[in-house]
Design a protein around this ligand. Structure first.
Ligand code: 6PG
Length: 477
């Protein structure tokens, strides 16, 4: 038993408890604490024998149990609880001690906390941790942000506990300040799009191809052996195969169709709007959740609003078309998510290495997928890539899928099945590859009603037409 613990974890709900257990399983002495002392006692009773744990009742005992510089992982609910823990710890800490927020905090809060802690000589790190409870215990993807010297104090522990792919830890210092929580936020935004696309594929396979949940589950299992191989596709097969013990029906058929959200996907879309990044797939996924929440309104509308008569087409081609549409739409979602991280990196001067995000997301996290190897390779060759769609591998993959993608959007539209992520991703693709689009008319209209000016394709400068006067054009800059 070490005299002092190398690291501490405060907040022993399942994620915090599992992270503490994972760290201790690597032979590291860990001090544990929870605001409710009974929780700490329960942890020690259940897991105290798994490693070199020091259970502490008070926050003072917790701090005193740690070697210098103190390394404290805070695993509490995002928001005010994090500030409350920082406020309680700060007077007990010394210069150079490190507070590590490993929850799903909103990155502007992390930027603020970094500054507030620095004013007290304390180093603050915002660390994204992905992989849920199992990941926390067995090997998450870890996205540390903050002072590189502070990271150096925990790098050995974090890389040891992280998931490994090809012996490479799914953990790398992301960047300063709020960068770690930012990329975790985008990870979750991509997760939202991934999940929405899977839900739309499931809906089409059910409502258009006329297949039941177990049959659809088998299709996802098959898809998981190809380009779509990923954790989310894998567990989709499992969720759809599950029989409800109470009714004997597929469990998914008795689950209420209202998706909830803790906020990380919404934050991603909000920042995309601020940055001017067309994050269509992820944002449609957020809106799809809010539309699903209007269950009572949808029930009323279902008997009022007209739609096409359902005409089921259960053919092999449709199933394959949906697989290809799912893959192409997934490429768009990741392309948009990575484009947002690039824009945020420039905006915040974080100097993110986007290939690193693909590398550490290959394992441990919720969006872990074979697909991320391709993204890592793309950024290795083109570190300053504008858009993943322009990488030959993805350019070709989407070109090969586009006919199927268009057939799926057509049949869904004809049969009145909502596919906001599939269709918005196709529109993004068509908009992105369009050399000259209809925004010229938007500029003309804006100039007509607001004199907001426009540029010309055949001359430098800004212009305004005197629509309400003599119709002449004047240069305005
Ligand atoms: C992860 C998960 C994790 C959590 C999501 C759920 O990366 O381990 O994404 O962060 O399960 O926050 O988010 P929603 O409740 O918003 O779907």
């Amino acid at each position: 038993m070490a005299e002092k613990s190398r690291i501490g974890v405060t907040g022993l709900a399942v994620m915090g408890a599992n992270l503490a257990r994972n760290i201790a399983s690597r032979g590291v002495a860990v001090a544990v604490h929870n605001r409710t002392a009974a929780k700490t006692e329960q942890f020690m009773a259940e897991h105290g024998g798994e490693g070199d744990f020091t259970g502490t009742e008070s926050v003072e005992d917790f701090v005193n149990a740690l070697e210098r510089p103190r390394r404290i992982i805070v695993m509490v609910k995002a928001g005010k609880p994090v500030d409350a823990v920082i406020e309680e710890l700060t007077p007990l800490l010394d210069q150079g001690d490190i507070i590590i927020d490993a929850g799903n905090s909103h990155f502007p809060d992390t930027v603020r906390r970094t500054e507030e802690c620095a004013a007290n000589g304390i180093r603050f790190m915002g660390v994204g941790v992905s992989g849920g409870e199992e990941g926390a215990l067995l090997g998450p993807s870890i996205m540390p942000g903050g002072d590189p010297e502070a990271y150096a104090e925990v790098e050995e522990i974090f890389t040891a506990i992280s998931a490994k792919v090809d012996d490479t830890p799914c953990c790398v210092h992301v960047g300063p300040g709020g960068a770690g929580h930012y990329v975790k936020m985008v990870h979750n935004g991509i997760e939202y799009a991934d999940i929405q696309l899977i839900a739309e594929a499931y809906d089409l396979l059910g409502h258009v191809a006329g297949l039941d949940a177990p049959a659809i589950g088998k299709i996802f299992e098959e898809w998981n052996t190809g380009d779509l191989e990923s954790f989310l596709i894998e567990i989709t097969g499992k969720v759809l195969a599950k029989t409800d013990e109470r009714t004997g029906r597929p469990l998914v058929d008795v689950i209420v169709d209202q998706a909830e959200q803790k906020g990380t996907g919404r934050w991603t879309s909000q920042d995309a709007l601020d940055l001017g990044v067309p994050l269509t797939g992820i944002t449609e996924a957020v809106f799809a959740r809010t539309l699903s929440a209007l269950r009572d309104e949808r029930k009323a509308a279902s008997t009022t609003l007209a739609g096409p008569a359902p005409a089921q087409k259960a053919d092999e081609q449709l199933v394959e078309d949906i697989r290809q549409a799912l893959y192409a739409s997934k490429v768009v979602a990741y392309a948009q998510g990575f484009a947002q991280m690039r824009a945020a990196s420039i905006e915040n001067d974080w100097d993110l290495t986007l290939g690193d995000m693909a590398t550490i997301w290959r394992g441990g996290c919720i969006i872990r997928a074979q697909f991320l190897n391709r993204i890592r390779d793309a950024y290795a060759e083109h570190p300053d890539l504008d858009n993943l769609l322009m990488v030959p591998y993805f350019t070709e993959a989407v070109a090969n899928a586009q006919d199927a993608w268009r057939r799926v959007v057509t049949v869904a539209t004809e049969q009145g099945v909502a596919i906001p992520a599939f269709s918005s991703s196709l529109s993004y693709y068509d908009g992105y590859r369009r050399e000259r689009g209809p925004a010229n008319l938007i500029q003309g209209l804006r100039d007509y009603f607001g004199a907001h000016t426009y540029r010309r394709i055949d001359a430098e400068g800004s212009f305004h037409t005197r629509w309400a006067q003599d119709g002449s054009e004047v240069r305005t800059d």
